[in-house]
Design a protein around this ligand. Structure first.
Ligand code: IVH
Length: 669
C-alpha cells in the first residue's frame, strides 16, 4: 500500500496521522479520556511508521514515531542551563510554613496568595520548545549543567513533541516520574530476572531516563508533569496559576491538583487535607506539597539564595511509620550466593498496604540497629515502597529476645559462608553446588530479560530440580515431553507448551544468553555490548582482558568476572551442552558493514574540525570500522583532533599510527 502512494499523498497522510495521533495522545494522557482503543491507536502509529520508512525524508523530530525509542547514545552530552535550576527549601511543620510566610510578607510588604501543588517524587528536567517544537531536554544535574536526554524524553508518551500553539520560545521545568503501577511491574520483572530492584519509583524514574539505549526508556512507561515556566517569548503570564493554565493549554501535562490559597492559613488547611489515605489513592508518588507565591511580579523582589528561591517552599510529608514485632529473621540465598537477612513481621498496615516483611540488608545493619527476634520495632517504607526497620523500641524488651547471628554455614547446602573483605555481604562458597544458587541461576536463565522461556517459573524449575530431571540450565534443552508428563501438574497440553517454549528459546539473541548465564556484573547492558562486539561466545571466551576492557562502559570488574567465568570447567561444560543442543551461541547475520575499515579499530581524541564525535563515529562504522574508547595494542589508528587528551601520548608510546580527519578521509577513500 504505502509504496504505491505518491510523495505528495504520503506527505498529506503523514501530516494527518501525526495530528490525529497527537490528539489521541493528549486525550489519553492529558485528559484521561481516550476515544479509541489501544489497538486502533497502535494501528495508526504503525501506519505512520511504515510511511516514514518508505519516505524517510518525511521524518521530523516532532513525529510521534520518534517516541518508540531506538536511538542508542554513546554518552550523555552536558547542557548548560540558560537559567540555573534551583532546588527548594523544606518545611516540615506549620511553624516552618508560618516562618516562610512571615519572610515573604516582610519582603513584599503585603499579604500574598499562594499556589499549593503536589510535590511529584521523580526527577527534574528542563524542556525547550522552539517555535512550538520540542528541541532540547536536559536533566537538572547540579543545577547549572545537566545532561542532554532529548531522545529519552521523546519516548514519554504524555510529553508533547509539538505544542498546541507555536509560541516562539518556551522553556519549562517539570518532573519525570514512574507511576506506582509501572514501578511495581518493573520490579516484579527484575525480581524474576534476578536483577537488583529499584528502591523507589524516583530511583526507577532516574535510572530509566538515563538510559543510553532509548528503547529501554520507552519500555518503562514514564510520566511527566510540567510545573514551572522558566522562560517564555511570544506570550505573557503574570501568575503561577496562569503559568499552569498556559502550559495545560499548550498540551503540556500538568498535575490535576492545585489550589490557589488566598493566605497562609488556607495553605495550612490544604496541607492538612493531604492525609496518607488521599496520597495512597494517587497513581504516582508525591513526597510533599510545593507552596509558591502566585504573583510572578514579586519573584524578583523576593530573590533567591544560592540554593533555592525565596518565593517557594517544599512541605515534606512525614514518612509513615508503624510499630510491630519481629517474629523471625530468615535468610535468602541469592543467585550469587549472597545471604540476605529478612525480618518476618507481625502483619501491620503501612501507607496503604499490609506489611509482613522488612529487609535487614546485611549483618552490619542488624548489628547497628541491634535488631533481635522478638523485638518491637518501628518500620517505615523507604520512598514509601520497600519497608525497612528504622528503630528498635528497646524499652519494650522483656529479656527473651534472641540476637541474630550470621551462620557459618549456608542454610540451604551447609557449605561454608564467608564475608569477603570490603563487602557487607556474606556469601555461600559452594557456587553451583549450592541448590539455592542453582535454582536462582536457572530462574534467572529462563526469565523475561534473559532466555524468556514462557511458562517456566520458579515453582516448575524447583520441581524439575527436585525430580532430578535437570541439574543446570543446559539440561532444560534435553527435556522430553514424556519426562514432564511424569510430573505432578503437567498434562498433555502444558508439557507440549513448555517443550515448545524451551525449543523456541534456542533462537534468542546472543545478548540474552550472555545475560542469562548470570556472569557476575554482566547485566543486560553489558551483555548487549559484549555480544555486539564479539559476536560469539567462543570469541568472548578467548578475548584478552585488555580487549574486553577497551569497550566503552566495560570496566575491569566485568572483564575479570567474564574471564573467571570461562576459566571455570563447570561453566564450560554447561556451554558445551548448550552448543550440542543447538542453542544459538553467536549473533545472527552479524551486522558489521563491509568497507575499507573492516577489521580496523579506531579511537577518537580531541575536537574534530567541523565534525561532532557522533558524526565521526558514524563515518568510521559506515566504512566497516569499529570505535572503542581507550587506546590499547589492539587499536589500529588514533584519530586525533584539536586538544587531544592522554590517549595521544598512550598511542605514541605504543607506536600506534595517529591520523587527523584528512587522514581518515584518505583511508576511507
Ligand atoms: S518548583 C525553583 N514544583 O522538588 C523551584 N518542584 O525538592 C523549582 N518538584 O527539584 C521547583 N514537584 O524536582 C516545583 N510542583 C512542583 C514540584 C517540584 C516536584 C521537585 C523538583 C525540585 C524538588 C525540590
Amino acid at each position: 500500500m504505502t509504496e504505491k502512494m505518491g510523495m505528495a499523498a504520503a506527505r498529506e497522510r503523514v501530516k494527518e496521522l501525526r495530528r490525529v495521533i497527537e490528539e489521541h495522545n493528549y486525550r489519553y494522557y492529558g485528559l484521561d479520556q481516550p476515544i479509541i482503543s489501544d489497538f486502533e491507536y497502535d494501528k495508526l502509529l504503525k501506519e505512520l511508521i511504515d510511511l516514514e520508512k518508505a519516505y524517510p525524508e518525511l521524518i521530523t523530530p516532532d513525529s510521534p514515531s520518534q517516541r518508540v525509542g531506538g536511538v542508542v547514545l554513546k554518552e550523555f552530552q552536558p547542557v548548560q542551563h540558560e537559567q540555573a535550576l534551583l532546588s527548594l527549601d523544606n518545611a516540615f511543620n506549620d511553624e516552618d510554613l508560618l516562618d516562610f510566610d512571615r519572610r515573604v510578607r516582610q519582603a513584599t510588604g503585603s499579604s500574598v496568595a499562594y499556589v499549593v501543588e503536589p510535590k511529584i517524587d521523580g526527577l527534574s528536567v528542563a524542556l525547550t520548545y522552539n517555535n512550538g517544537i520540542f528541541t532540547l531536554g536536559a536533566t537538572r544535574g547540579d543545577g547549572r549543567v545537566g545532561e542532554e536526554v532529548t531522545a529519552n524524553l521523546k519516548t514519554i508518551a504524555s510529553l508533547p513533541l509539538r505544542l498546541k500553539q507555536s509560541i516562539s520560545k518556551l522553556i519549562v521545568r517539570g518532573e519525570v516520574f514512574m507511576p506506582k503501577a509501572a514501578f511495581a511491574s518493573l520490579n516484579k520483572t527484575r525480581e524474576e530476572a534476578g536483577e537488583q530492584l529499584f528502591a523507589n519509583p524516583r530511583n526507577a524514574a532516574a535510572g530509566s531516563l538515563r538510559q543510553l539505549d532509548t528503547k529501554v526508556t520507552a519500555s518503562r512507561q514514564l510520566g511527566f508533569f510540567a510545573y514551572q515556566v522558566i522562560s517564555i517569548e511570544g506570550a505573557t503570564i503574570n501568575s503561577q496559576v496562569e503559568a499552569l493554565e498556559l502550559m495545560a493549554e499548550l498540551g503540556l501535562p500538568v498535575a490535576p491538583y492545585r489550589v490557589l490559597a488566598p493566605d497562609i492559613k488556607a495553605v495550612l488547611d490544604e496541607v492538612k487535607a493531604w492525609t496518607p489515605e488521599r496520597r495512597a489513592e494517587l497513581p504516582y508518588e508525591i513526597d510533599g506539597l510545593v507552596i509558591k507565591v502566585n504573583d510572578l511580579s514579586l519573584y524578583s523582589t523576593l530573590g533567591m539564595t544560592t540554593r533555592a528561591p525565596r518565593w517557594a517552599m517544599a512541605f515534606k510529608f512525614p514518612a509513615e511509620q508503624a510499630t510491630t514485632r519481629v517474629e523471625d529473621i530468615i535468610l535468602r540465598v541469592g543467585r550469587t550466593g549472597v545471604l540476605t537477612p529478612t525480618a518476618i513481621l507481625s502483619p501491620v498496615r503501612l501507607a496503604g498496604t499490609t506489611v509482613g516483611r522488612a529487609t535487614l540488608h546485611n549483618e552490619d545493619y542488624i548489628r547497628e540497629k541491634d535488631v533481635r527476634i522478638g523485638d518491637t520495632v518501628v518500620v517505615q517504607k523507604a520512598g514509601d515502597i520497600i519497608p525497612e526497620v528504622v528503630e528498635v523500641l528497646k524499652e519494650k524488651r522483656k529479656g527473651l529476645e534472641k540476637p541474630f547471628k550470621m551462620p557459618g554455614r549456608c542454610p540451604v547446602c551447609g557449605a561454608a559462608v564467608v564475608r569477603v573483605s570490603g563487602e557487607a555481604a556474606h556469601r555461600c562458597t559452594n557456587g553451583l553446588a549450592c541448590p539455592a544458587q542453582v535454582l536462582e541461576g536457572i530462574i534467572h536463565f529462563a526469565s523475561r530479560g534473559a532466555m524468556d522461556i514462557q511458562g517456566l517459573g520458579p515453582s516448575i524449575i524447583t520441581q524439575l530440580l527436585e525430580s532430578g530431571l535437570i541439574h543446570d540450565a543446559a539440561d532444560l534443552y534435553y527435556l522430553k515431553q514424556e519426562d514432564l508428563l511424569k510430573l505432578e501438574r503437567f498434562g498433555k497440553q502444558s508439557s507440549k507448551n513448555l517443550i515448545e517454549a524451551i525449543e523456541q528459546s534456542k533462537q534468542q539473541p546472543l545478548e540474552r544468553l550472555l545475560f542469562g548465564l548470570g556472569i557476575r556484573y554482566v547485566g543486560q547492558r553489558a551483555a548487549r555490548i559484549l555480544a555486539k562486539h564479539f559476536g560469539s561466545l567462543d570469541k568472548l571466551a578467548s578475548a584478552t582482558k585488555e580487549e574486553i576492557m577497551s569497550l566503552s562502559d566495560i570496566g575491569s570488574s566485568i572483564a575479570n568476572s567474564v574471564q573467571q567465568f570461562f576459566d571455570e570447567p563447570q561453566n564450560l561444560k554447561v556451554i558445551e551442552k548448550l552448543k550440542q543442543a543447538g542453542v544459538r551461541l553467536e549473533t545472527k547475520g552479524t551486522i558489521t558493514t563491509e568497507g575499507p575499515l573492516t577489521g580496523k579499530t579506531l579511537v577518537i581524541t580531541g575536537t574534530l574540525p567541523g565534525l561532532s564525535r557522533k558524526e565521526a563515529e558514524a563515518l568510521i562504522t559506515q566504512a566497516g570500522g569499529k570505535v572503542t574508547s581507550s587506546v590499547s595494542r589492539n587499536t589500529d589508528y588514533l584519530l586525533a583532533g584539536e586538544k587531544p587528551g592522554s590517549k595521544y601520548t598512550k598511542a605514541e608510546e605504543l607506536g600506534i599510527p595517529i591520523i587527523d580527519l584528512e587522514g581518515l578521509k584518505q583511508l576511507i577513500d
